[in-house]
Each structure stands twice: as C-alpha cells, then as structure tokens.
Design a protein around this ligand. Structure first.
Ligand code: FES
Length: 357
C-alpha cells in the first residue's frame, strides 16, 4: 500500500510504495532530495521524521546511531514508510546544493546511435551515486591531465547509469578513442556535476528548448526530469541537425510529443539531400524557433549546441523576440576548427569548452 509523504519546509508531497525507500520515491517523482551513495554509507540523505513511522532498513548504526533514531532521524535512502509521513529535509534546487566530486566510472555500454554519435553509458561503483541537476555536465579526466566535458543525458532520478552522447570529431583525442578503442568495462575518472545549465523548475513559464546535434543530451535530461515531476509546463523542443540520420533519438522525441499535450517537438534539418525526402522544417534551428515564437517575453529559453548557434540564439531571442536576458540559459560546445559550416548551422556539438582549464 502506498503512503503519502509531505516534505517540510517546502510543503512538497509525494507517494511512496511499501517496498520503496523514501529517497527513491522522491527522486522517481522528480523531487531532488540530497544524497550521495544511496546505500546507507555516506549519511548525506539524513532527514528527520516529524510524524509517522518508518522502518530503517539496512541503515548502519555507524552512520545512524541509536540516539539519532530516537531523535527521529532516518537515512532516507534506506528508510521505508510504515504510515503516512511528514519529514524534514532540504531540497536540492540550486548549484550551491550540489557537491562536485571526482569518481571512478566503468563503461557499461557503448551504443552506436548514428554514424558519428556514440551513446556511452557509465556505471559508478555500487556504493556511489552522483547527484546533479537536469542539464548539468561532467568532465572526463584524461590520463594526460586534460579533460573533456559532456552533458549528462539522463535525468537525476534515473541515475543507475550516467549517459553521455559523444559525437566523433576527426582528430579529437577522446572522441576518436571512444569510437575506435574504448571497450565496455573500461575504467574512467570523472568530475562533476558542473555547469549552470539546468532546468529552473521553480518557474512555470513555457520553456523553449533548442538543441543542435548532441546538444540534445541535456535537453533530454531536462524533459525526462519534467516528466518524472509530472509537470505540465509547456515545452517546445527544437532539434537541429544536418540530415535526418543525425537526429539519433528522433523517435524518442516524437514519442514525448505524442504522449504529452504540453510537449511540442520540431526537428529542423539544415542540409538534407533531396533523396532523403524530408518534408519537415529546414534551415537554422534557432530561426525556426523564432519563426514560431515571435514573442518570447513570457518564456524561458534553454539552448545547447555549438558556440555560434548559442550566440546567435541569444542575440536574436533578446533583440527580436523580447526574451528577458535573465531567462536565457545556454550551454555551448567546443568544436574542430575545420567545421565552420556545421557550426553555422548549429549542428556540430561535441566537447564542451572545459570551463576550469
Ligand atoms: S547514506 Fe548515502 S545517500 Fe543515504
């Protein structure tokens, strides 16, 4: 039987199944409670039970002693609800709430999503989880001290594997490695989460989400987070690529739009050969978004892709569509120097510029 949980001081509420930890239920429903290991080890998820009764599960007495339990504390990653509950815990909603960590990760699976796009799934050690906000990225730390940054394409609640979308860049040290010699079970080191590109879910404004190429990765995380929250906030997604084959998760995005009235999805191709028989939108992706949204004065815009596309979107959304400057959120990527055309169309989006290098 499900129980209801009310969180103080926010007043947010969610339901928890009998065999489900309170933390797992909160994350599943898009509520970002703090956690580290999700395994009863780190103590980060500690909260106070203000009313109701819990079972403490396998919370170790080293982390949650008898005195803590008597005082009403619980490890929310281990505790299950025996009754309806009122609990006290903070919620993670801003960058300051999310610790940046360095962790080992194993390559779990490599999925070739398109000729030059690899979906890389990473698994953290069993006693570790990475807390992040939907849209943030991680740095992959290379042996020579360099780093390469990739957005997390999974939503925070779906964190058993971390998902990266990697486009092959000719001559790119890391991306060439991903496509030629990386193997499942390889060990990597990552640092994160990073970046201020994340869904501001305290806003109810319609969101315009614009992605170029693998800039779709953080947009996917944002949409999946909104779905977990059961949000009905309008989201219009524009995904630009050169050719249809570059829209490597086209069916997924189409499915979101088919299943949820509040999601619209518009794919835009910049360089589709006639033989492909493309009947959809063509041209620059941010221009297509502007065409459909001449007035953005009551919107938020989230834009992810190559630097030129992001810069053009910011300039044009603010200058021509009256988007308030503080409602524009963006993440941009580094690029190979011989690909100016792809950049101009917003379709090349690979490794982000590591902001701390
Ligand atoms: S003890 Fe680490 S998340 Fe619960």
């Amino acid at each position: 039987m499900d129980h209801q949980v009310v969180v103080k001081p926010s007043g947010h509420a969610f339901s928890v199944a009998a065999d489900e930890s309170i933390l797992a239920a909160a994350l599943r429903q898009g509520l970002n409670l703090p956690y580290g290991c999700r395994d009863g080890v780190c103590g980060t998820c500690r909260g106070r039970i203000l009313s109701g009764e819990v079972a403490h599960g396998n919370a170790s007495t080293a982390v949650l002693g008898e005195a803590d339990r008597l005082a009403g504390f619980a490890l929310l990653c281990c505790a299950t609800a025996r009754t309806d509950l009122c609990i006290e815990t903070r919620e993670v909603s801003s960058l300051g709430d999310v610790p940046i960590r360095t962790l080992p990760a194993r390559v779990h699976r490599l999925l070739r999503a398109a000729a030059d796009v690899m979906i890389v799934e990473l698994r953290l050690p069993s006693s570790e989880r990475l807390q992040f906000l939907a849209g943030q990225y991680v740095d992959i730390l290379l042996k020579d001290g360099k780093r390469r940054s990739f957005s997390l394409a999974n939503a925070p609640h779906d964190d058993s594997l971390l998902q990266l979308h990697v486009r092959r860049i000719a001559g790119g040290q890391f991306t060439e490695h991903v496509f030629s010699s990386m193997r499942e079970r390889d060990l990597l080191r990552l640092r994160g989460p990073m970046g201020s590109f994340f869904l501001r879910d305290d806003s109810t404004k319609p969101a315009l989400l614009v992605a170029g190429g693998t800039g779709f990765a953080p947009i996917k995380a944002i949409v999946e987070h909104a779905l977990a929250q059961r949000s009905t906030r309008p989201m219009d997604i524009y995904w630009g690529a050169r050719q249809q084959a570059d829209l490597y998760l086209l069916q997924l995005a189409q499915q979101w739009a088919a299943q949820h009235r509040w999601i619209r999805f518009v794919p835009v191709l910049s360089d589709s050969p006639p033989a492909d028989g493309w009947h959809g939108r063509t041209g620059l992706v941010h221009v297509a978004a502007m065409h459909d949204h001449p007035d953005l004065s009551r919107h938020q815009a989230y834009v992810c892709g190559a630097p030129a596309m992001v810069a053009a979107a910011r300039r044009d959304f603010l200058d021509h569509c009256r988007l308030p400057a503080d409602e524009f959120f963006a993440d941009s990527f580094d690029y190979a120097p011989d690909t100016q055309q792809a950049i101009a169309t917003g379709t090349l989006s690979e490794m982000k510029v590591p902001p701390h290098d």
